[in-house]
Design a protein around this ligand. Structure first.
Ligand code: SF4
Ligand code: SF4
Length: 340
């Protein structure tokens, strides 16, 4: 058999089939605090976060078994069966899926330590307790996945936590992901510790970092973050922005509106000025999750006005994008429904 016919045989065995499924069922991996899950979505009817390996604390992963379990889920999808935990999920879509065993969508959420103390963080419940919690190492497993040639570019890699830059394995992990061609890595960082690997990812166009400063003055920053690192954070944002190739928007700043704390146009405008001065061309807006949950149906006019100001100001300043995260997006979509 010549090379062309072998190649045809290979391709014919990998015929794609159209059915309802999602990227995470097919090729997803979420290293969570005490287990390995399929994804990190949890706001829909089914609740998401399907556990693939329970009680996981850094042991060797049996990748054959892992992919076998994924194949079983895929087979259910092929028969038109939606997993209970996936019911109602926005990520389900009908399309042609390949039938291969690899990972290209990854989420790292396996630690809770941070060098910041944001009032709106889940760790605010008990900063000291969350800061003390040990985390397992996932890097050896990702190295093995790469050795098996089952780590592929094309999807997304996200770091949650905790602060990623203070993880011992963060620098080698990001470098490995970049070396293996992962080209859509997103890191949410406090910005307090500079990461050379992140700067490398930005300079090679493969990684974007989002730093939520939430303030345009040190006083407001301190009220929200409880650490005196305002200037240091803007210095690091500037360094990440300088690593950008042709201002491609990979260094990003975020403003989470906290009603009663940073909800003035003056504060937001100062944040815009610092953002522009740092050389950032992509911004993100959001609203504090806990507040929004309780006030979703009675958002006051000044909060809508502030969101509008942010969206319009981003246009005036020629930002590449003003990205609205979940709550701000929801608020924007449902505008008008509750009398606004
Ligand atoms: S359909 Fe939704 S809940 Fe299910 S794996 Fe995909 S992202 Fe997760
Ligand atoms: S930077 Fe992120 S992880 Fe750290 S305290 Fe703030 S919200 Fe929490």
């Amino acid at each position: 058999m010549n090379f062309a016919s072998i190649k045809n045989l290979f391709n014919s065995n990998k015929e794609k089939q159209k059915y309802l499924s999602c990227e995470y069922i097919q090729h997803g991996f979420n290293a969570d605090y005490a287990d390995i899950k399929m994804c990190c979505m949890n706001t829909h009817e089914g609740g998401g976060r399907q556990v693939l390996i329970p009680d996981y604390y850094g042991e060797n992963i049996d990748w054959d078994k892992f992919f076998k379990e994924k194949r079983e889920m895929r087979e259910l999808n092929k028969k038109g069966i939606t997993l209970e935990r996936c019911k109602g999920c926005f990520f389900l879509k009908e399309k042609e899926w390949d039938d291969e065993d690899y990972i290209d969508f990854m989420v790292f959420n396996h630690w809770t330590r941070c060098n910041c103390k944001c009032n709106y963080c889940f760790t605010a419940e008990n900063f000291e307790e969350f800061a003390k919690r040990p985390n397992y190492s996932i890097f050896p497993q990702i190295k093995e996945l790469a050795r098996r040639k089952q780590l592929r570019p094309g999807g997304e890699v996200g770091f949650g936590g905790g602060e990623p830059a203070i993880l011992d394995e963060f620098e080698p992990m990001v470098n490995l992901l970049i070396d293996y061609g992962m080209d859509n890595i997103r890191v949410h960082s406090s910005g307090i510790k500079f990461s050379p690997a992140m700067a490398r990812g930005i300079s090679e166009g493969k990684l974007n970092v989002v730093v939520s400063v939430d303030a345009g003055t040190p006083e407001t920053y301190l009220k929200i973050k409880n650490v005196p690192t305002f200037d240091k954070v803007w210095d690091n944002i500037r360094k990440y922005a300088q690593a950008q190739c042709e201002n491609n928007g990979l260094a990003r700043t975020k403003y989470i509106i906290m009603p009663g704390v940073n909800d003035t146009i003056q504060e937001l405008e100062k944040w815009f000025q610092l953002t522009v001065n740092a050389g950032v061309h992509w911004i993100v807006l959001d609203i504090e999750g806990g507040w929004y949950l309780w006030n979703k149906n009675k958002v006051p006019d000044n909060i809508y006005d502030l969101l509008d100001y942010g969206i319009n100001r981003a246009k005036e300043l020629n930002m590449i994008r003003c990205e609205l995260y979940d709550r701000a997006n929801d608020m924007n979509i449902h505008r008008g429904e509750f009398g606004h």
